[in-house]
Design a protein around this ligand. Structure first.
Ligand SMILES: C[S@@+](CC[C@H](N)C(=O)[O-])C[C@H]1O[C@@H](n2cnc3c(N)ncnc32)[C@H](O)[C@@H]1O
Length: 446
């Protein structure tokens, strides 16, 4: 493997590439746009918030809330992908439309990203999930908003099993997640995976005295150095164009501990022991988080819902307990449910009634194996309705999941005026029995 020596052309690195298109408005116009007021229809004192409405309005509102702006620790968004499709749930109810393309799509998402940048804390991270249709345009936009130097990764995710393609092209089984941070000081909990059996085979040497398995790796790295690591050690200079990985004093100590392997012709190598292996750092190709692909996988039935384990990894890597996680394209609530499970606070937004119903249902009943989706036959709560009964109307399954711990400690907000211009009320939502189901909660009308 060829290894280059880092050398930056700082002038070129600093010059910004910008994406120009018709309809691109200024950041000021985005921030100063119309304000839509929201009211709370279900209340809890926790900071967990679920908004039904256009995320542009909600993000703008949050950007003016000093308790929230600059305090969001992690954002994951999985917006429409410009597929030009209408998505329906498993019961064929309309979930959402994904019809914007080209510049209209870019500007739609850019406006949200400008506000998200403001909301993010200085040590916060953002993950933007897209596929090949808009990823390149949006990479440029992310560079503009978050800065090239805050780009961390473009993660390639295997989204499904191989397809039996009829078109003349390679099978398309991946999508992408752009990972940026607000600054270079960001929360990072290194994620590791166990060594594969194949990798373990690389530890092919056995230390005579201890029986420990090890492999040999070089103790030099590319690039010349003038300091200690460029000096001779045991009478040997590092190979040409390279330097020792450790200062000679440390190499001596390692040798005393028996951690250096000397070849027959006197070349030193560092021993890496199998039993000291901490796992392999996660790389930027994620193969293990395909979306529902067999009858045993648990889902909500909402179209395009993401694999909960994908969110588990992102939340574990880029946030800590008590942090605020935001998903303003919440869909079935995967991010919110997993953030909750991992003891994070969360803010979710979606403008699809089907999404909100699904989230409420998920919070109350959890997710079900795909194969268990059956028609509702009876009221499962001994004839009593619950806060979430409106959600039940749209769902196909009703096997209670005994392991699921219902999520009830959050608030729901709706706009005073819904998109159809009708004043939304609790009755519009058919949310009933708030007092009897959650007597410890207070119903709030405004
Ligand atoms: C790809 S789905 C998200 C799926 C989600 N990650 C999950 O695991 O279920 C995109 C969601 O964005 C929502 N959405 C699209 N435009 C929106 C907008 N302007 N405001 C709020 N939500 C929006 C759609 O209703 C849809 O639920």
């Amino acid at each position: 493997m060829a290894t280059g020596i880092p050398k930056k052309d700082t002038s070129a690195y600093n010059s910004r590439v910008r994406l120009a298109y018709e309809g691109k408005i200024s950041e000021n116009e985005i921030i100063k746009g119309d304000m839509v007021q929201y009211h709370r229809i279900y209340s809890h004192s926790s900071g967990k918030k679920l908004y039904f409405g256009d995320n542009l309005d909600v993000l703008r509102l949050l950007a003016f809330d000093s308790a929230i702006c600059g305090k969001i620790n992690l954002i994951y968004i999985d917006p429409p992908f410009a597929t030009q499709n209408q998505f329906v749930s498993r019961k064929q109810s309309k979930a959402y439309e994904d019809i914007l393309t080209g510049a209209a799509f870019v500007e739609f998402l850019r406006q949200r990203l400008v506000l998200l940048h403001r909301l993010l804390s200085n040590n916060g991270s953002i993950y933007l999930h897209l596929d090949e249709k808009m990823i390149f345009e949006m990479k440029l936009i992310m560079d503009e908003i978050f800065g090239v130097s805050n780009y961390r990764n473009m993660i390639i995710r295997k989204k499904c099993n191989p397809k039996n393609y009829t078109r003349k092209a390679y099978g398309n089984i991946t999508d992408f997640i752009l990972f940026y941070t607000k600054s270079d000081k960001y929360v990072w909990n290194k994620q590791t995976i166990p060594l594969s059996e194949d990798s373990k085979k690389e530890y092919q040497y056995i230390e005579e005295k201890t029986g420990r398995k090890f492999m040999k790796v070089p103790i030099h790295a590319p690039g010349t150095r003038n300091g200690e690591t460029g000096k001779p050690w045991r009478g040997k200079m590092p190979p040409q164009g390279k330097h020792w990985q450790y200062p000679p004093k440390l190499l001596d100590e390692m040798d005393t501990r028996g951690e250096i392997f000397w070849s027959k012709n006197g070349n030193p190598r560092r021993k890496v022991y199998l039993d000291e292996h901490q796992g392999v750092g996660v790389q930027d190709i994620w193969l293990e988080f395909r979306d529902a692909h067999n009858q045993n996988i648990k889902i909500t039935g909402y179209p395009t819902e993401k694999n909960p384990d994908l969110l588990r990894r992102i939340i574990a890597a880029s946030s800590n307990q008590g942090d605020i996680v935001l998903d303003c394209f919440a869909g079935s609530g995967t991010t919110l449910a997993i953030a909750n499970e991992m003891q994070r606070n969360w803010i979710g937004v979606d403008n699809s009634i089907e999404a909100l119903k699904t989230i409420l249902h998920r919070f109350e009943r959890g997710i079900q194996p795909m194969g268990d989706f059956v028609k509702k036959t009876s009221n499962k709560n001994n004839g009593q309705q619950t806060l979430f009964d409106s959600a039940d109307d749209s769902c196909l399954y009703h096997y209670p999941n005994p392991q699921h711990k219902a999520i009830t400690d959050f608030s729901i907000f709706i706009p005073y005026k819904t998109t159809s211009g009708v004043i939304a009320t609790i009755n519009d939502w058919k949310i009933r029995n708030i007092d009897t189901d959650f007597p410890h909660e207070k119903k709030v009308n405004k």
